[in-house]
Design a protein around this ligand. Sequence first.
Ligand code: ADP
Length: 262
Amino acid sequence: LLEALADQVALALERICLSEDLAQSRVTSETERLRSALLSSVSHDLRTPLVSILGAAEGLDQPGLGPQGRDILVETIREEGERLDRYIQNLLDMTRLGHGALRPNTVPTDLRELVGAARHRLRGPLRDNPVMVTIPEDMAPAHVDPILIEQVVVNILDNARKYAGPGTPIRISASTHGARATLAIEDEGPGLPPGASGHVFDMFWRVGQGDGGQGGTGLGLAICKGIVEAHGGAIRAEPVHADGRGTRIAIDLPLTNPELTH
Ligand code: ADP
């Protein structure tokens, strides 16, 4: 099943690369570069969690495996399966963005609930990071597609964890400004190098190898930007502290027009 899925994803990616926008792009070698970067990062990123899942599944057959060992292997299978799921979701979003087919299904959305759902999806990877959420209880609902914006929050939280490291705190806050909500996610990691905040949302852009072995494609934030902009919103990256440390990713989103809900 997974192999079939990987094939389908590869096919979908081929299509994005051959889509009219890209076909009409000035430089064919750029299209070619994009296509091979996509295909190699997809194969690598699908394989990494799969190899862990298969390894853990084989481990379950070992004679003499105690209940504790079993629990660890089952947890690995669950976490790596979820990682695969997040990754595939990103690819599907990217396919739709590539076709201009990503149309948010906007409904009045409680951002506290949405953030709660995103944290729940990442409960395994985030177990070592204290997460502080400051969102007023009576905050007006945002006018967004909860599934897509949850995906954005998951991507940003996952980056905060990856690049700031275990044990470091993550702060999530939301506030309203006129007809807009701002949702911000801050970490206490090393921050982005000077000048990088203009590039982090570009496809395949990464800081050096960027990940200290974490693996990554440079697609996550490009997808976040595509999704947020499809809502008529905006996304930006900035340092948390004056000396450049810490990363804050802030998203502006439309609030539900109260006249429409009454
Ligand atoms: P990926 O994480 O798959 O590499 P992203 O598009 O999510 O791709 O991020 C692009 C790059 O931006 C990352 O490779 C990393 O170098 C940098 N980055 C993103 N989030 C953070 C963060 N919270 N702190 C430091 N660097 C970050």
